[in-house]
Design a protein around this ligand. Sequence first.
Ligand code: 5GP
Length: 176
Amino acid sequence: MIQVLDKTFEPYISRDEIQTQIDRLAEELTQDFAGKNPLFVAVLNGSFMFASDLFKAIKFNAEICFIKLASYKGTKSSGQVVSAIGLDISLKDRHVIVIEDIVDTGRTLTHFLPELENQQPASLKMCVLLHKPDAMVFPVQLDYIGFTIPNRFVVGYGLDYDGYGRNIPDIYQLAE
Ligand code: 5GP
């Protein structure tokens, strides 16, 4: 068990299990994008560790850029979403793969994907480490999924609870 601020979390997904799924995702991406010079668009802050490990596992030519959206407060989705900042590469005619840490209600992606589609990429795919299907309110197509998890709050491996816990190398879930 670990403590982050006022909450207690229990071990959930180990770093080894994460790496195994990252290697599997990298293989799938290699089959689909090797030779196509895709552009990965990682959504900060939560995806920074996942994006880093996934990108290291990619052995073909690819670019990556980082953008920032709304932050997440507390243990429930705040609903406030701002548009992307920091997108300084044109997506036109590029194969774009968005890297997200977790998709919960789907609200964030629903608001932000049209902004990317407007730039007319050759293709636009979603790669997420964690997906909570039971929490989904705004259906979004997720093309590459690391883990499908139940609707419980998680921290670690880049994911925070009110700003803390991102540096934990494994994923923990809120203790019941
Ligand atoms: P959505 O818009 O899909 O409801 O939420 C997406 C965002 O909410 C994620 O990018 C993440 O920042 C935050 N989020 C959703 N569920 C969790 C969770 O279990 N743990 C943490 N740390 N953040 C979450």
